[in-house]
Write a protein that binds this ligand. Structure first.
Ligand code: SME
Length: 160
């Protein structure tokens, strides 16, 4: 497909509903993980304008920062540490309405106020997480969780 994104207006539901087929189209025929993760991060950032959108990938027993859009970020996170490491350890999506109230939150940017982290499953394994940060408190809800869990399932090879 053409490498341009149609930015949808309207409700959050309408925005996600317009974005997902475009993400699917971007992944079509491309198997390179870096290329696909980079385009997903860019598409989400462009549509929603969040502070930070990106991936941490499991490498040698740690999360290592992968393709992202936003301010520079910490490079490595251990299992069970921060929101990302906790999502990985608990193998579930974490919605953090106020990062200052999350014990052990790792502040990569002082501007981040709320966060959602979605684990990426590949078979029985967690291979990484999708991390999204907002400058607004309480920016993410169950609807974001649902859609972003659908987004990570689009990544070729991860829902095998
Ligand atoms: N806040 C995350 C660290 C990653 S940055 O937000 C990009 C955490 O607590 O795991």
């Amino acid at each position: 497909m053409a490498e341009d994104l149609q930015i949808a207006r309207g409700t959050k539901t309408e925005q996600y509903a317009a974005l997902l087929p475009q993400i699917r189209a971007l992944m079509e025929g491309e198997s390179d993980p870096t290329a696909n993760l980079a385009n997903i991060a860019a598409a989400l950032k462009e549509q929603f304008g969040w502070l930070w959108v990106g991936f941490y990938l499991v490498k040698a027993g740690e999360l290592v920062v992968g393709p992202f859009q936003g301010p520079v970020a910490c490079t490595r996170i251990r299992k069970g540490k921060g929101v990302c490491g906790t999502s990985w350890a608990e193998e579930r999506t974490l919605i953090v309405p106020d990062v200052d109230a999350f014990p052990g939150h790792i502040a990569c940017s002082g501007l981040s106020r709320s966060e959602i982290v979605v684990p990426i499953h590949s078979g029985a394994q967690i291979v990484g997480v999708l991390d999204v940060d907002s400058i607004e408190l309480n920016a993410f809800d169950r609807e974001d969780q649902q859609w972003l869990e659908d987004v990570v399932k689009i990544i070729p090879g991860v829902n095998a």
